[in-house]
Design a protein around this ligand. Sequence first.
Ligand code: ADP
Ligand code: MG
Length: 293
Amino acid sequence: ATPTAVMVGTGVGANLGVLAKGGAALEHAAACKVVVFDKTGTLTQGKPRVVGCQAYKMTEDDLIRAAASCEQHSSHPLAGALRRAAQQRGLKLLRVDDAKDVEGLGAQANVGDLGASVAVGSSRFLRELGVDVVEDETTQRWRQEAATVVHVAFDRRFAGSIAIADAPRPEASLVIAWLHRQSIDVWMCTGDSSQTADAVALQVGLSRNRVRAGQLPRDKRDLITELQNDGLVVFVGDGVNDAPALAQADVGVALGAGSGVAVEAADVVLVGDDLRGVSTALDLARHTYNRIR
Ligand code: ADP
Ligand code: MG
């Protein structure tokens, strides 16, 4: 492509809400064979809400209050869902200290009023803390319905489980179908459980063998490296627990409403916060670099 063509391509992209940082991003996008999507906040809307609750030896309100208190300072989308649930129930949050986010696993804080350290997160997270996590038909059903299950513990005692649902973006299946028609290999990766991930995959038109679940941020990056053996890889994420993957990909695509970290790590930013920007970016890149098939 001539410098003029690249300038025109970048300019047209900007008008369409696809901000490419330099010509290399478009050149790589034109030749890409694989696209990997993050699940939460990327294939899903990132507007999660609490849809179920199962408390042990306490009321549902006590469970939600403890979980939301623990997540008071977290910027994770699941934390927001727990805080909104507490608010809707009219629950006042408890004071916490030493609150911390454990990337890709959960959150933890000391809750003085409860005289306990509260942990909220995946079953893996709580089991690693030595909690005897109880999963039953209800937790299985929640996952089959595509909800994320988080468990809560007071010190090392299991306190209950909360289901949090986040619907797929309406354009997700459309964009994935388009990519498939372009003979692009499409993957989804997530830190969530495999059952929830499979249920979301079904909703957006991905097959199970294109799903990697239970992935920590570094595992997502390693998946990108693995797929790079077969060609150039595009990764699409929102920057929450996926910044290493965004940086590793040949083309890191960040959703516009994503975090500052995402925008920094990305090669392309979709201003419109709409996944159709992915097909627009690839189409534009191919036109710019004359690789239309
Ligand atoms: P994804 O890869 O789908 O974007 P994350 O990597 O952010 O998801 O999180 C993976 C899993 O870890 C979540 O499904 C949840 O079980 C747990 N988790 C991570 N952060 C939190 C948090 N702040 N509060 C509760 N659970 C969390
Ligand atoms: Mg995410």
